[in-house]
Design a protein around this ligand. Structure first.
Ligand code: G6P
Length: 514
């Protein structure tokens, strides 16, 4: 990866089209019927907002709310300028039949693909691939991808045909091949923000579903991930499931006469913007409220209520901690700030219910009239989250598997208590911060209980040294550098002639075994 100081983002010299399921803002009506905007959810949106706000990129995304769809129709499906209060964007909202969108989002993207890529299926029971799932692919995932591809192809043509297209995530696996057919000169770059699992995980899907998605992705010039491991897993998948020649030395795969590069760029946060937020009035008020409830020790977790986040085992570990250390009674609080997620998907509804039940059980077992050990808050308040980041002694980030996990980076940057990070070895961020955290295996509840105790009792000097090391990593690779390195590498790859000649020497060797 090219070296940049990450201080500013250079304007790309070709047309730029961003593509993702969620856009920078969602539109809705307030109680008086006025149209208002709300910033789109998730780390992906935050990351791309910078690029879209600083350049003349057009951002093609799905119309998600009824008001989004109304705007798409009012503007005859062309690009519209949107102001989110901080930045202006050019956004093209793509309108779908709500039933098609529901099949695309709530059956195929989630849970089907999300669970495959996070190894979440309980294979002796689920998934059942029935007519419902096949129809969701044919009459949901496919038409939504086709309509997005139509919009992208039009935007590429408008910018002269040789634009860069940056696609994002698992919602769009069919789009690259559809765009490539119509835009042979475009440069297609697809960033996958979730883990890429080992090839056998993909065998859960029949070839009828799997192959079009993998073949769709192969039309890209670059497929990018957060870690080297995911990039290598991707190449293994191409080798084992599609019998394609790959090079683990160059991180590339040959598809006919075309070479596709697999790359990895660990995403980060906008450190300056988060620090500005931390200094805001709203955070100060939330901080005072949390300070009032704070006991001697504060353990924190911040997550969407997603099954991959391993929220239940985190609470079970805390229960073990309380059982092993009754002297902590009344002295520690586990604050869980959970944002409801994907509540139109059955598995997510059940998961949230299990969380509530387990918290009630633990609070009943260990709490008393004056003290509840777990303070569960199911709401979405960013000022409260940032205030809690300042105050924790231990931050729990214990996902089953996670593409990156930006909570770890946000929390360690903002913390003012020399807090300790308890971090799953299966989170992408472990590659960067694992050395300075207490690493845990996400299924090992006893080890997580021990890690909580170790974090709460660690010497002050050691806590400080570990946190400062984390902060240095976070500052030196912030979001601008993440974007700039991708733009630099794209420019370098565009300048290379396509090596349609003989296979590189290590291809035969790599195909035999890695
Ligand atoms: C992850 C995915 C994003 C997604 C976000 C929130 O970070 O990589 O693509 O937007 O989760 O999930 P949601 O389903 O609410 O968009």
């Amino acid at each position: 990866m090219a070296d940049t100081d990450g201080s500013e983002l250079a304007e790309p010299d070709r047309g730029l089209v961003l593509v993702s399921n969620r856009g920078p803002v969602e539109h809705m009506l307030d109680s008086e019927g006025r149209r208002v905007t709300r910033r789109g959810a998730g780390g992906l949106v935050t990351a791309l907002s910078d690029l879209a706000g600083l350049t003349d990129a057009v951002w093609v995304c799905n119309a998600i709310t009824a008001e989004d769809r109304a705007i798409a129709r009012e503007h005859e499906h062309g690009a519209v300028r949107i102001d989110d209060g901080e930045r202006r964007y050019r956004v093209r909202l793509v309108d779908h039949d709500p039933a098609e969108y529901q099949r695309f989002y709530s059956i195929i993207a989630n849970p089907m693909l999300w669970f495959v890529q996070h190894y979440l299926w309980d294979l002796s029971n689920v998934p059942d691939i029935t007519a419902n799932e096949l129809e969701a692919f044919d009459k949901g995932y496919a038409p939504v991808n086709e309509r997005l591809a139509d919009a992208v192809a039009e935007e590429v043509a408008r910018s002269g045909g040789a634009a860069r297209v940056m696609l994002h995530d698992y919602h769009l696996y069919l789009v690259p091949a559809l765009v490539r057919d119509r835009c042979p000169d475009a440069f297609l770059h697809h960033f996958i923000h979730i883990p890429w699992p080992q090839p056998d995980a993909w065998r859960v899907l029949p070839a009828r579903l799997r192959d079009p998605m993998l073949r769709g992705l192969l039309a890209n010039d670059v497929v990018a991930f957060h870690t080297e491991r995911y990039a290598r897993n991707f190449l293994l998948t191409c080798q084992e499931l599609l019998d394609l020649p790959v090079s683990f030395r160059d991180l590339s795969v040959r598809v006919g006469s075309h070479t596709l590069a697999a790359r990895w760029y660990p995403i980060s946060i906008d450190a300056a913007a988060l620090e500005a937020e931390a200094a805001s009035e709203g955070v100060a008020e939330a901080h005072d409220r949390l300070l009032n409830m704070r006991r001697e020790y504060l353990i924190l977790r911040v997550d969407r209520t997603d099954l991959s986040k391993n929220i239940l085992r985190g609470f079970k570990a805390f229960r073990q901690l309380l059982r092993h250390h009754p002297e902590l009674t009344g002295r520690v609080t586990f604050l869980a700030l959970l944002q409801p997620s994907r509540q139109d998907v059955d598995e997510y509804i059940e998961y949230l219910e299990k969380i509530r039940r387990l918290v009630a059980d633990i609070n009943l077992e260990h709490g008393n009239a004056d003290w509840q050990p777990i303070d569960l808050r199911i709401e979405d308040s960013f000022p409260q989250t940032v205030a809690a980041y300042k105050l924790f002694d231990v931050l729990v980030v214990n996902p089953v598997f996670d593409g990156m996990n930006l909570v770890a980076k946000e929390g360690m940057l903002i913390n003012e208590h020399d807090g300790v990070l308890v971090l799953s070895e299966h989170a992408g961020v472990h590659a960067e911060l694992g050395a300075f955290s207490i690493s845990v295996h996400p299924f090992d509840i006893e080890a997580q209980a021990d890690a909580l105790w170790q974090g709460l009792t660690m010497e002050a000097d050691e806590r400080r040294a570990r946190r400062e090391a984390c902060v240095e990593v976070i500052r030196s690779n912030d979001i601008r550098r993440w974007l700039q390195e991708q733009l630099n590498d794209m420019a370098a790859l565009e300048a290379e002639p396509d090596p349609t000649a003989a296979p590189t020497p290590d291809e035969g060797r790599d195909r035999v075994g890695t």
